[in-house]
Write a protein that binds this ligand. Structure first.
Ligand SMILES: Nc1ncnc2c1ncn2[C@@H]1O[C@H](COP(=O)(O)OP(=O)(O)O)[C@@H](O)[C@H]1O
Ligand SMILES: [Mg+2]
Length: 657
């Protein structure tokens, strides 16, 4: 037995962590390669990468010895000192943004070419009216037509290419930032509310903006001066008209931004609240139906959605008005230019062809300005989204490389543990200190609300204490390499949630390298093999997100096996028997007994006395403080004395303890 206990299957570099880390590192190097990015190579470069991280990076050679090697429980002494590279999220952000800038460089070149070639048609017009028609030369006309046709084809090609690049840039952003954002969000939810997961939606917004027409308008705007200069060359008067119009459009854009920013922000806030509510509705769908809460739930969602729509309408109204103004101004400008141009032509200062050419160029100069105004909301949204992405990635603590320690023995030291939930003044855990030797089992008892669950979460590092330490084998949990810590810890939460997948996957913690032996071993250790055997598809039974088709007790027992998967050295079980029948209770007691024999330290939080028979120590928790702690017999005796004291009123309880 000792053999199995000591030989952990789990010290090799985990493939799933790589999966998260890898895309970041890999693409970083690919970004350099992509310096060679050109129109012909586009397809194979970025697009090819979009699907890569998941499929091909799952088992990077060299770091991880393949699915077979990970299993079976062979001790991996050779893996000692193996490190996982640091996960620098702000670096990922920098890489992602560098890639965007880099690609935008190419897009700018294309945009420059496109905008220059746009001048082809006005020039054609200009030449026809001023040269061809006056000289009546067919040869010139043919030559001109050929050249201009070529220019127009080139222009459309360049325009297409810049759209291709933008599309791939969007994919690249998604690839480069997706994994870091999800990792950072998952890590940040340790201290936060889990709202960080919504940042993945922000990434979608960012991606959408990159491919939007608004960005193209933004990119085209810098070329407006060029066009205006061209018009100026035709005639300074016409140039002045366009300059004046541009300034008016700029003012409209500024006013538009001022007037719409607030309502758009309100709309977006209300929308995200509505989305959050929708999310919680989907998670609580059964309660909503059972308690006939549909009207209330819909009403809450409706309130937020209505608020969002109202603000949206207000903002869009203003936006539409601004757009109408800018379009009107633009059209009036063209009339003005044609009219004044005609007057100038009458005066003999310019020709008719020049007038029309100038008018076309003016349209080209002003269109992007108008497009920018129309797409302003998208820009605001994206700016906000990018801000959230940046905050998340930059605020995520740099995961320093951590020493991979030898497998822990399971010694637990808790020192002056204090927990005051962020934003409250309530002391949930008040300076707890205790110690558990390797292989010992401890039962934590106490009233509901005493802080048992909170303590349990702290023992496994799923929440961080306000102050104080939890140490596993003398090392603070925060200083363990997280994956290694996770492999050596088993946890059964109070409200069990299984992942959608098979029972096998769930017991194996969704790890791809989980071997059948390990899963069977965990199932036996948790004494659930028999229960699983009675299910129609056995270990291959599919579990839905809500746990169906398993009953509450069955779910709890599967989660118990999950806690024991991979031979952890410390297992924390939070009310593992709350849903269990007598058979389940017995199985649980056997599991704890078994764990003790395998020298697994077990902390079991319980309200039922049945489990107390199999543990070494008992802790009585009252309002966040330890009232009793000691070996089973002493504590039980104390409690009995207390109870007897309570039955004989004259003797105060305080005197007993
Ligand atoms: N994040 C939190 N914010 C505010 N109060 C909390 C938080 N976590 C726990 N508490 C409070 O701590 C107390 C103990 O909770 P818990 O550990 O779940 O008790 P037990 O598991 O012993 O029934 C409860 O009064 C609960 O309201
Ligand atoms: Mg609890």
């Amino acid at each position: 037995m000792k053999d199995t206990a000591d030989s952990g299957p789990t010290t090799d570099t985990p493939p799933r962590a790589r999966l998260v880390l890898q895309p970041v590192d890999r693409i970083d190097t690919d970004a350099q390669q992509r310096v060679k990015l050109n129109s012909t190579r586009l397809g194979e470069t970025i697009e090819g990468k979009a699907n890569e991280p998941i499929s091909s990076e799952a088992s990077p050679p060299g770091n991880y010895n393949g699915p077979g090697g990970g299993g079976g429980g062979g001790g991996r002494g050779a893996e000692f000192h193996k490190r996982v590279g640091p996960q620098d999220f702000s670096q990922s952000l920098k890489n992602g943004m560098a890639a965007v800038r880099h690609n935008l460089g190419y897009v700018m070149v294309m945009t420059c070419a496109t905008n220059l070639l746009i001048l082809a048609i006005p020039i054609y017009l200009f030449q026809i009216s001023d040269r061809v028609l006056t000289s009546r030369s067919t040869d010139t006309l043919v030559m001109l037509t050929i050249v201009i046709t070529g220019a127009v084809i080139l222009q459309t090609a360049f325009d297409a290419v810049r759209r291709f690049i933008l599309m791939r840039t969007a994919v690249e952003v998604a690839v480069q930032l997706g994994s870091p954002i999800l990792s950072a969000a998952a890590a940040a939810s340790l201290n936060g509310s889990g709202r960080e997961y919504q940042t993945l939606g922000d990434l979608q917004q960012l991606r959408g903006f990159i491919t939007s027409g608004t960005l193209l308008s933004f990119l085209d705007v810098p070329f407006a001066p060029l066009f205006i200069f061209a018009i100026y060359l035709v005639h300074p008067d016409l140039g002045m008209i366009v300059v004046a119009t541009s300034l008016v459009l700029l003012v409209i854009a500024l006013v538009n931004q001022r007037t719409t920013a607030k309502p758009f922000a309100e709309a977006n806030l209300a929308q995200s609240k509505a989305n959050m509510h929708l999310d919680s509705m989907s998670r609580n769908s059964q309660i909503i139906n059972a308690l006939a809460m549909i009207p209330e739930a819909v009403a809450i969602w409706g309130k937020d959605t209505a608020a969002s729509l109202t603000s949206q309408v207000r903002a869009q109204d203003r936006n539409i008005i601004s757009s109408a103004f800018s379009r009107g101004v633009r059209l009036l400008t063209q009339i003005g230019m044609l009219g004044w141009g005609a007057y100038l032509a009458i005066q003999g200062e310019i020709t008719g062809g020049m007038v029309i050419a100038a008018s076309i160029i003016a349209g080209r100069a002003l269109a992007p300005i108008e497009g920018s105004i129309e797409g302003w909301n998208g820009f605001i949204l994206t700016r906000g989204a990018y801000g959230r992405i940046r905050t998340l990635l930059q605020n995520s603590k740099l995961q320093f490389e951590k020493l991979r320690l030898p497998r822990p023995e399971g010694r637990l030291d808790v020192e002056r543990l204090l927990f005051v939930p962020p934003g409250t003044k309530q002391v949930v855990l008040n300076g707890l200190s205790f110690q558990l030797n390797p292989g010992e089992s401890l039962a934590i008892i106490g009233n509901s609300g005493a802080g048992k669950t909170t303590l349990g979460k702290m023992l496994v590092g799923s929440i961080l204490p306000t102050s104080g330490n939890v140490r596993l084998d003398l090392m603070d949990l925060r200083n363990w390499e997280p994956r290694q810590l996770g492999e050596n810890i088993g946890y059964l939460p109070q409200d069990v949630q299984l992942f959608p997948g098979t029972i096998k996957d769930n017991i194996g913690r969704m790890r791809r390298d989980a071997t059948d032996d390990q899963i069977f071993e965990a199932a036996t250790l948790a004494d659930v093999h028999q229960m699983i055997a009675t299910l129609p598809q056995g270990y291959e039974t599919m579990v839905a997100a809500d746990g169906s088709p398993l009953s509450g007790g069955q779910k709890q027992r599967i989660a118990l096996a999950r806690a024991f998967f991979g031979n952890p050295k410390l297992v924390v079980l939070d009310e593992p028997n709350s849903n269990l029948d007598t058979a389940g209770d017995k199985a649980l007691a056997r599991a704890v007994e078994h764990a003790r024999r395998s020298r697994i330290s077990v902390v079991v939080i319980t309200q039922k006395p049945a489990l107390l028979d199999v543990v070494d120590k008992i802790m009585l928790l009252t309002d966040g403080t330890i009232t009793l702690f000691g070996t089973r017999d002493t504590v039980l005796q104390r409690i009995k004395q207390d109870q007897r004291a309570r039955k004989t009123p004259p003797k105060p309880i305080g005197g007993q303890t």
